[in-house]
Design a protein around this ligand. Structure first.
Ligand code: SAH
Ligand code: AVI
Length: 722
């Protein structure tokens, strides 16, 4: 997708003005065509106004500032309306308090619509007479003002509907927002630049004057932060870590009890989001919305970045660097809403329009899904208090170029990182593939345990039951007080069947790449087996392994359960079993658990579980790349599929790109075509004959064989006779 083009400037000639006025007025009316009079009367909070009030206030603006001043003999529609529908114009007289607009059950919606028709008729007389420059400027302002209220109507109704247990859908422009990939940082040179309105076309007074700004080189994301990224922030304790928050922000989230963006609701352990289309499962690819400035700030800090300044934003937008700039979510900047150098308020009452709010508010740039077409522009300065989040507000990240990691050459930065080198090599192959051993970081190990608990994944349950059943016979052929060395120990749950045998094992050596899994297992085991010596090894059993020195003199029994052997190609498996024999040493023993060939339906179900745990397990590999290698994989842009390869007797696990996309990781870019596969894992299934051949090739002597009757699964006892 290309960067977003700038919104077209609207040059309204005086002749166009009448038509533009009419179109704007009609659009306002159409916005509320599906909501009831009751919907339009209630005020859901002091900041929001009833729909009816918006309809009347925008009308009052034209009545007061245009008709009252420029149409000789004009009589107000109703003497009480100026009091009811003045918003904040001190020079236009007293008004109904803002927080009490919802008490205005009268006038009715019909009366307000009659008010609108009355003012429209008189505005037509003005247009028929022809409008002068100063008057034309005022009408342009009135149109822009009404467009702002069109967005407010949507925002305020959304807030109102969110309070309703029925969670009704408003459905105006809701479909406009589209998800997509995560952002990439774009480098911008900076230097002496100019920002602000150049006098061409309409702009609010706060966008002027155009002026010079010095920008240090910076980087800005081409896209908005997504719900998925926000979830990572939440899952990493984002709302519970004071060091990420501005002091006022931290106080606010404590006081309000905020733990997620507005309109996010936990339902059965999953997040749902309420939006213009109603309430639905949170889409991780959609831009996050309804976050306050304080939340945006904390997120940026967590992400090792910051919010852009409004000048950075504008220069990047004008330079065509930004996607999702004007039609998705307003974007918080780190700029306080203050006057530009040389700012002058507009003369007269409309001088109150913008200038008097230049305190305690932060600037948002861009536009959102509820912004009427043609309203936004690159110089537009929206502003809200930092604690507000009922507006459509999200964020895009920025960072200083000088400190950004991309300034160091990728090859240097990632050279010593084994995972990075593996990912670069694996994603550069014509058939992309990664090793399954990287599936197991803390989250991967946790998800694997979750797989073991799914009804479809029989492997763990079947092996565990078989072990318990045969353990007497199994250990009969093994030396007592031996050391048990487990390869890929994970949660070490199965091991208990062996450790429960009195005097069988004095020492246990769990070996696993996943430090989190090993640590958890050790803690649990030392509680259950106080007399057992546990000597954990966090490491790769395919690399050179050295066992703890204190094993010296103990008989050694290897344990390689779970059919982890099936995750290797047959040559690799033989090599691995031989290395294990070398490490365990002469006269050692080994217990090997391996899954056997069975009907494909059982296999397919086991590796494509209905609850999608396997999908999450495999996609975690992408999430891990994002976490550890500055990747920007969009997890939603990939699907998972596990297939049975009948020729090679194995399950094959794939991630499949849903779209053409370019992904960045470890300082490199990788292109994925729609439908292209990334091979993440094989799980070979065996026969007794193949297993026996394999262990012999590795130099082991088979010394016992047991098979489950529940599902075909084998446990073998091996010994080294060299
Ligand atoms: N033995 C357990 C866990 C099997 S899951 C059981 O049978 O239930 C596979 C385990 O092997 C994971 O914990 C994973 O982290 C680990 N693993 C995979 N490849 C590894 C490698 N090359 N080196 C060390 N551990 C590895
Ligand atoms: C660890 N290993 C034996 C599992 C298997 O069955 O191949 C890993 C796994 N992958 C998807 N589901 C389970």
């Amino acid at each position: 997708m290309n960067a977003q083009t700038l919104p077209q400037r609207r040059y309204l000639t005086d002749a166009d003005l009448g038509a533009a006025y009419q179109a704007t007025r009609e659009y306002t009316r159409s916005l509320v065509s599906t909501v009831s009079a009751e919907d339009m009367t209630v005020q859901s909070m002091p900041d929001a106004s009833p729909g009816k009030w918006h309809l009347a206030h925008t009308t009052w603006f034209f009545e007061t500032f245009v008709l009252g001043k420029y149409l000789p003999g004009y009589r107000v529609f109703d003497e009480s309306y100026p009091y009811l529908f003045n918003s904040y114009y001190e020079s236009a007289g007293p008004r109904q308090p803002r927080a009490q607009r919802g008490l205005l059950t009268r006038p009715s919606v019909d009366e307000v619509l009659a008010y609108r028709a009355h003012v429209d008729r008189h505005m037509q007389i003005v247009f028929d007479c022809g409008v002068r420059d100063e008057l034309a400027a005022l009408i342009r302002l009135g149109i822009a003002h009404e467009e702002q209220h069109q967005e407010l109507i949507v925002m305020d109704l959304l807030h109102l509907f969110a309070q309703s247990p029925l969670k009704p859908a408003f459905d105006a422009n809701g479909a406009k927002n589209r998800g997509g990939r995560r952002g990439h940082f774009q480098a911008v040179a900076g230097g002496l630049v100019q920002i602000g309105h150049d006098g061409d076309g309409f702009a609010f007074d706060n966008e002027s004057p155009r002026h010079k700004v010095w920008l240090e080189p910076f980087e800005i994301s081409d896209r908005l932060v997504t719900n998925g990224e926000w979830l990572e922030f939440m899952n990493d304790g984002g709302y519970a870590r004071p060091e990420l928050w501005l002091s006022d922000g931290w106080a606010l989230i404590q006081a309000e009890g905020w733990t997620a963006p507005s309109y996010w609701y936990p339902v059965d352990g999953e997040w749902q989001e309420f939006g213009l289309n109603g309430q639905a499962a949170l889409d991780p690819s959609m831009p996050v919305s309804h976050v306050s400035f304080y939340e945006a700030w904390a997120y940026a800090r967590w992400a090792g970045a910051r919010l852009p300044t409004e000048a950075e934003w504008e220069i990047a937008a004008v330079g065509g660097r930004l996607q999702q700039a004007f039609d998705t979510q307003w974007q918080w900047t780190q700029s306080a809403y203050s006057p530009y150098p040389g700012f002058r308020e507009a003369p007269g009452a409309v001088g109150e329009y913008n200038g008097k709010f230049m305190i305690n508010q932060m600037v948002l740039r861009g536009g959102c899904c509820a912004t009427p077409e043609g309203h936004a522009r690159a110089t537009y300065r929206n502003f809200f208090a930092p604690d507000k989040r009922w507006q459509f507000a999200g964020l895009r990240l920025a960072r200083d170029a000088a400190t950004s990691p991309s300034k160091t050459t990728p090859s240097n930065r990632w050279r010593g990182n084994e995972f990075a080198q593996h990912v670069i090599a694996g994603l550069s192959k014509p058939k992309k593939a990664l090793s399954p051993k990287y599936l197991y970081d803390a989250e991967g190990s946790r998800l694997f345990e979750e797989i073991c608990a799914t009804p479809e994944y029989y492997v763990t349950r079947v092996e565990q039951a078989l072990l318990r059943e045969i353990v007497g016979d199994l250990v009969d052929g093994l030396p007592k007080q031996a050391a048990l060395i487990e390869f890929g120990s994970g949660a070490s749950e199965k091991t208990r069947a062996l450790l429960d045998r009195p005097n069988q094992f004095s020492t246990y050596v769990p070996i696993d790449m996943s430090a989190a899994a090993v640590n958890d297992a050790v803690q649990r085991l030392t509680r259950s087996y106080p007399d057992l010596t546990v000597l954990p090894v966090v490491g790769d059993f395919t690399a050179e392994l050295t066992l703890p020195k204190s094993l010296h003199g103990l008989a050694r029994v290897g344990f390689f359960p779970g059919s982890t052997i099936g995750n290797f190609e047959s040559g690799e498996a033989v090599e691995l079993l031989r290395n294990m024999r070398d490490v365990l040493g002469s006269g050692s023993h080994m217990i090997l658990g391996a899954d056997l060939i069975k009907d494909p339906a059982t296999l397919l179900a086991a590796y494509n579980d209905a609850a999608g745990v396997t999908t999450r397990f495999i996609k975690n590999l992408l999430a891990r790349i994002n976490r550890e290698l500055e990747g920007n994989f969009d997890l939603a842009a990939f699907s998972h599929n596990s297939i049975w390869n009948d020729e090679r007797h194995r399950m094959e696990m794939y991630l499949i790109s849903k779209i053409d996309q370019i992904v960045h990781a470890a300082g490199e870019s990788f292109a994925f075509k729609a439908g292209e596969r990334l091979h993440t894992e094989n799980s070979h299934k065996f026969t007794a004959v193949v297993l026996s051949q394999m262990v012999r090739d590795a130099g082991w002597t088979p010394d016992g064989y047991w098979e489950s009757t529940v599902q075909p699964f084998a446990i073998m006892r091996l010994k080294d006779e060299h």
